[in-house]
Design a protein around this ligand. Structure first.
Ligand SMILES: [Zn+2]
Length: 303
């Protein structure tokens, strides 16, 4: 069994309101197809069919204030209620106390020490590594956990070789902003198929998509809907190449944001847990109610 963790930053389950919620507005045939015509909204969960399961998970975890990325991602990677342990939500980058909870690499560390092949398949440009090494830039929780597990982050060379995925899926940003016109551009369905291909060589593949949170803070409906439509095309490519019998795609988030463009801040909305593929593996998540349930269930499936 293999697991592909598709992490979408800042995606909650919101209202069926096309003025506020791009998930109620955008044309997302692959996502709605998985849910027998339902949109990715609060009213659609819980849901289950032959291929997919959708649950709504609490991201607030009993701690006052709005959930934030560093602590939310740390919960996803450890299964611990870190906001409750610390007494606060924190982000976007981890403070010392949050970073300390990832010292053993979280899921990446546990799986690697158990002899499983785990990887973060995002590609990072040279400037990112320079920023980290010079101290100008801090790791966010996910790459921090990966490096603490002793794994390496994938680079421009990996992207060139087809062994990593661009943060924008297509590689357009490498052409327009990073000065790498030699990077092959992928269509969204090609990027989705590459996600499936990279997963085949791994027990646990993780992809971090942060543009959703960025679009939520940006509050522009047309841009948000276009972003989701591109993501849906990636999902279409992924699903066309995914082996349901031997694999589970797990899509979730750290906190709400994009589903309510009336606010620039994060939201207290539940987040989706969308599972696609192997039915016994999906069934193991049936009692999961909040972000703390994801990591232990992944370990139960993979170990
Ligand atoms: Zn944010």
């Amino acid at each position: 069994m293999r697991v592909l963790f598709l992490f979408l930053d800042g995606v909650g389950l919101g209202l069926d309101d096309p003025v506020l919620n791009p998930f109620a507005r955008a044309n997302l045939p692959n996502l709605t197809g998985l849910l027998d015509g339902r949109r990715l909204l609060a009213a659609s969960a819980p849901f289950q069919n032959k291929r997919a399961t959708l649950l709504a998970l609490d991201a607030c975890l009993g701690v006052p204030g709005l959930p934030q990325s560093a602590t939310g991602q740390a919960v996803l990677l450890t299964g611990r209620n870190i906001p409750a342990e610390l007494g606060y939500h924190y982000g976007p980058k981890p403070d010392q106390a949050t970073a300390a909870t990832l010292e053993d690499g979280g899921l990446f560390g546990v799986l690697t020490r158990a002899g499983k092949r785990a990887a973060l398949v995002n590609a990072y440009p040279a400037g990112y590594f320079q920023g980290i090494h010079s101290g100008r830039r801090l790791y966010s929780s996910i790459p921090l956990a990966v490096t603490k597990a002793g794994l390496t982050l994938r680079s421009t060379e990996d992207l060139m070789a087809g062994k990593a995925i661009s943060a924008d899926f297509t590689g357009q940003g490498w052409h327009e902003r990073l000065g790498h016109p030699e990077i092959p551009l992928l269509t969204p369905p090609e990027a989705g198929r590459r996600l499936a291909e990279l997963s085949v060589g791994l027990d646990f593949a993780f992809f971090e998509y942060w543009l959703t949170d960025y679009a939520g803070h940006g509050q522009e409906m047309d841009a948000a809907a276009r972003l989701l439509e591109q993501f849906d095309a990636v999902l279409g490519g992924l699903l066309s190449a995914w082996d349901d019998e031997n694999g589970l795609v797990l899509l979730t988030s750290d906190h709400g944001n994009l589903e309510d463009l009336s606010t620039r801040r994060h939201t207290a909305s539940p987040v989706p847990l969308l599972l696609v593929g192997n039915a016994p593996a999906r069934e193991k998540f049936s009692g999961v109610k909040d972000l703390t349930g994801i990591a232990p269930t992944i370990l139960e499936i993979l170990l």
